[in-house]
Design a protein around this ligand. Sequence first.
Ligand code: PLP
Length: 388
Amino acid sequence: MIYLDNNATTPVDPDALEAMLPFLREGFANPSGAYAAARATGQAVAHARAQVADLLSCEPDSIVFTSGGTESDNTAIHSAIRCYPERRHLVTCATEHPAVLVPMEHLRDREGYDLTILAVGADGRIDLEDLRAAIRPGETALVSLMWANNETGVIQPVPEAAAIADSLGVLFHTDSVQAAGKIDLDLPKTKVHYAAFSGHKFHAPKGVGALYVRPDVRFRPLLEGGGQESARRSGTENVAGVVALGAAAAAAARQDHRSVAALRDRLESELRAALDGVHLNGSAEHRVPNTASLRFDGTDAEGLLVVLDRAGVCCSAGSACHTGSLRPSPVLTAMGLTTAQARSTLRLSLSRFTSMEDIDHATCSLIGAVKKLRAQRPSGGPVLAAPK
Ligand code: PLP
C-alpha cells in the first residue's frame, strides 16, 4: 500500500505505540488516585503535557488534553460565547473545517448569532483588511481562522490575523490541526488565544488531542464534571492516548520539514513533466510541506481513485468528509473553482514515513490513471479547459 492520505489520518509512530502500551497493561491506575501507581500515571500525563508544550514552545499549563480536533474546536467556540455572553457576533472563513463551521452555523441558525464568513482568494487565503473590517469591537465574541487547510494545505496569515483581533479586544482561535508537526508553531510569540490540535494527524492514535489556552485569557469549559485538567476538561484522562500524543509531539519536534517538502515537490514536478493540464490549487508559497491539491484536466477524481485503489495507492478527492459525496468540495468552490475543476481534484498528502519509492510508484500509477481516464472520454484526448 502506498499511503498518500496523511491529512485524513496518519499511521501511529512506532515509538508512540511503544510508549502507550504499558498504560494499557499494568499502568492502568486512575491518575486521580492517592497511591503510588496512580502517581505514576499522573506523572506520565504531566510528562506528555510538557512534550506537547515543547512542540508549541508554550508552557505546559497552557495545554488541555481533549478527545481530538473536533472537541478542541467546539470547546474554543463554546468558551468564547460563554465568556462574552453579551457579544452576539462571530467571524470565521469559508474554507474552515466543519468542526468550526458547523457549530458556528448552528449558533447562527438556532441561537440568533450574527456570523461573518470571510471569503478567500484563488490562493485560498483571506485578506487581512477584510478581517479588520469584519470585527466589531465589543460585539464580536470570537474570530476563528484555521492555520493550515486540510484539503489544500494553504497556510492562513494566522499571527497577523491574531494580532488584529487582539488589538480590537476580540478572542482569536485557530484550528491548528493540519499545521502541527508540519510547520513551526511558536504560539506565545503570537496573539493566538486558543488553538486546536489532533493527535491522529501527527502520528498519535485517534481520539486524543489538545487545546492551547493562553494563560492570561478567559476560558469556560465545554465538559464539566470531575474537574480533571485543572477543571478545564472533565473526564478521566485517556492516559495511554495522552502518553502517545506526547511521544508523537516529541518526534514531530525533531522532524525536518524539508525532506517531506522535497518528496512532495518531486511528485508534482514529475506529474507535470509527464502530463499536460495539471494544476495546483491554492498558494504554492504559503503551503504546508506535505500537501498537494492537484487537478487533472479532463478527468474526474472519483474515476482516478478507483484506478489508483486498484494500484494500491491511497489518496482522496478533496477532503475525506467529501469523498463519496456528489457535492463538490466547498473549500475548492470557495477558492473560485468550477464544479468540474473541483471534481477533477485529488489531494495527495505525505508524511515523514513516505519514501522516495512510494512517491515514484504513486507518480507512475497516477500518470497511468490520468491517461486511461482521458482516453476513455467520449471526445478522446485531454480536455484542457474544464467546462463551467
Ligand atoms: N480540523 C481540521 C482542519 C481537520 O483536518 C480535522 C480532521 O479532519 C479536524 C479539525 C477534526 O479533528 P478530529 O478528527 O481529531 O476530531
